[in-house]
Design a protein. Structure first.
Length: 197
């Protein structure tokens, strides 16, 4: 126990009153310094927590926007995929149609050639010549038939040679046969090239 002599200002324990006040002041100063250091020490982490919270909020907003954009892009890609598939099917169908049109056009041209050839043959064939076979293969024409005389066959070949679209008319084979109706007749085979545009 400490006894204080108030009259003399000296504590029984050996400390004077002013010394006690200075010890209290020193403790109070140290406590303030400790409190200030604690506040300064906690200020950094608190500032980091606040900054991190702001960054997290910004990142969450950015993530939300990114997810919305991703969903929109995925939906767009799904639509584009179906449109791409539709385009692929359309192109395949277009190729088929173009092939069919080309085939029809080729048939039309060939029919025209064949019709012109048949019309020309009908007009140029002599009375004493008749045909029993006609083959048109692209530009090659093969004709087989019968003639009563060589002069009739020659007249027919001359007529074919004068044609604007028949070239290189040549006799492939000629053979004499007996017919019960006409007697001796010539069986012939001709070949020529057809040049129609």
């Amino acid at each position: 126990m400490i006894k204080v002599n108030l009259a003399k200002g000296v504590a029984v324990g050996g400390l004077a009153g002013s010394d006690l006040a200075s010890v209290d002041n020193e403790r109070s100063r140290q406590q303030r310094i400790a409190l200030r250091n604690l506040v300064l020490l906690l200020l950094g982490p608190i500032a980091l927590i606040v900054l991190e919270d702001q960054n997290i909020t910004e990142k969450r907003i950015a993530l939300s926007k990114a997810r919305t954009t991703l969903a929109a892009l995925q939906e767009k890609n799904a639509k584009a995929k179906s449109a791409l598939e539709e385009t692929r099917r359309f192109r395949e169908e277009q190729k088929k149609l173009e092939t069919q049109i080309q085939s029809i056009e080729t048939i039309r041209k060939n029919r025209k050639k064949e019709a012109m050839l048949l019309d020309y043959l009908r007009r140029s064939i002599p009375n004493r010549v008749w045909l029993d076979y006609l083959d048109v293969n692209e530009s090659k024409v093969q004709i087989r038939g019968f003639a009563i005389a060589d002069s009739d066959l020659t007249q027919f070949m001359d007529s074919l040679s004068r044609s604007a679209f028949l070239k290189e008319v040549s006799l492939q084979r000629s053979q004499e046969q007996n017919s019960p109706d006409f007697g001796a007749i010539k069986q012939f085979e001709l070949a020529c090239l057809m040049e129609l545009q």
